[in-house]
Design a protein around this ligand. Structure first.
Ligand code: RFL
Ligand code: PHB
Length: 389
């Protein structure tokens, strides 16, 4: 098989890049280790920046999103029993869109299928060859059958646990990692959201988040021990803990019900530098991870896709490799700002095991300052709605 760009990973980064390139007349193949059904069972992000929505439109995959998504113009922050809203449109003219990553991924698979783009599932034993030459290639097995792919460029969109990043030689690669000493226990329930905006809550018992997918589908999270297991949490135990971490007004009105999904996610900050090596370019979770506080993971994957798409189209339309050469530097500049924001939101809102009374007072002062200062709220709003590309 010969393509111009071989894309490793059929998550949102790989699919979005694949669809944009395909529409621009650039021949691609998307290689996914799992099945389509498996990818579509992962419940993850739900809050999209405008930049991502614009790209989905450009990819021809935004019709259902426009029909079914919700616009958000602020968030609620709470600290024990006090709460206040940060209204974004007071500071920046850019709403957020509520639409599940699962649905977005499904729309991208459907758009790719309609457009006749090649997607191969059950891909394993993948090796990348000759990355530092003009003719890189991939060897892999697809449902057990060997396949050789010649290409001009390889996009490593294979997530945090993928293989592509490992092809950047150790002596050329620097990895920055911060693991947080807690996780998020999340549930999805077919109940009405407790409030029309998201609620991020700092409480003495730990962080909680009230989010949603639509008017009858809610997503809730509570900070939990890093070694905890979902088996330790009945639905009842979850709802009780969530209520204890919310201000009375919300705890008393929340609608509870049977969960339809329950999972625990670890929290980490991670950046790999550089994000390119020879003709390999990393995108999304393959190159960086943020803790989910602030909803930036998928959105940052999208900004990488925007930069790489622009660089590849410049290469194929003008035969100019300038943007490709600068890809890592351009992408990392934005990545580090988002890392800072996600770390800051996480630090402000969670209980840390080694936190002293002094640390807790500082956290409370930070939230009080945010409540009182329009400048601080503007800073949060600018970062939350998404920094410019
Ligand atoms: P993904 O989604 O991990 O997809 C990578 C794909 O590559 C495949 N793969 C391989 N394929 C072929 N060969 C190999 N050797 C392969 N190795 C792996 C995998 O099977 C997979 O299909 O990475 P991608 O595309 O970069 O997308 C990143 C996003 O998924 C991630 O950043 C977000 O989900 C993070 N995130 C959130 N981001 C937001 O912007 N807003 C949110 O509200 C938000 N909430 C969240 C989140 C992540 C969470 N968890 C579970 C970590 C909430 C949670 C709880
Ligand atoms: C979600 O709805 O899953 C969600 C929302 C906001 C976050 C993280 C996750 O910060």
């Amino acid at each position: 098989m010969r393509v111009q760009v071989a894309i490793v990973g059929g998550g949102p980064s790989g699919l979005l890049l694949g669809q944009l390139l395909h529409n621009a007349g650039i021949k691609t193949v998307v290689l996914e280790r799992k099945t389509r059904e498996y990818v579509l069972t992962r419940i993850r992000a739900g809050v999209l920046e405008r930049g991502l929505v614009d790209m989905l439109e450009e990819a021809g995959a935004a019709d259902r999103l426009h029909a079914e998504s919700f616009r958000h113009t602020g968030i609620m922050l709470s600290s024990n029993n006090t709460y206040f809203e940060v209204t974004f449109d007071k500071y920046v003219d850019q709403p957020m869109t509520i639409y599940g990553q699962t649905e977005l991924t499904r729309d991208l698979y459907d758009a790719r299928e309609r457009a006749g783009g090649a997607t191969l599932f059950n891909v394993d034993k993948l090796t990348l060859n000759d990355l530092n030459t003009r003719s890189p290639s991939i060897d892999c097995k697809v449902s057990g059958e060997p396949l050789h792919i010649d290409c001009d460029y390889i996009a490593g969109c294979d997530g945090f646990h993928g293989v592509c990043r490992q092809y950047i030689p150790v002596e050329k690669r620097k990895e920055y990692l911060k693991d947080y000493p807690f996780g998020w226990l999340g549930i999805l329930s077919e109940t009405a959201p407790v409030h029309h905006e998201l609620i991020y809550s700092n409480s003495d018992r730990g962080f909680a988040l009230c989010s949603m997918r639509n008017q009858n589908l809610s997503r809730y999270y509570v900070q939990c021990d890093i070694n905890d297991s979902v088996d330790n949490w009945t639905d009842n135990a979850f709802w009780n803990e969530l209520k204890r971490r919310l201000p009375e007004r919300f705890a008393s009105t929340i609608e509870t019900g049977t969960s339809i999904e329950k999972s625990i996610a670890p929290l980490r900050s991670f950046v790999c530098e550089p994000m390119q090596w020879g003709n390999l370019y990393l995108c999304g979770d393959a190159a960086h991870i943020v803790p989910p506080t602030g909803a930036k993971g998928l959105n940052t994957a999208a900004s990488d896709v925007r930069y790489l798409y622009a660089a590849l189209t410049q290469r194929y339309t003008d035969n100019d490799e300038c943007k490709l050469q600068n890809y890592s530097q351009t992408a990392l500049e934005r990545v580090w700002k988002v890392e800072r924001f996600s770390w800051w939101m996480t630090s402000m809102l969670h209980r840390f095991p080694d936190q002293s009374e002094f640390d807790i007072k500082i956290q409370q002062a930070e939230i009080a300052f945010l409540q009182q200062s329009e400048a601080a709220q503007a800073s949060l709003a600018i970062n939350y709605v998404g920094l410019p590309y």
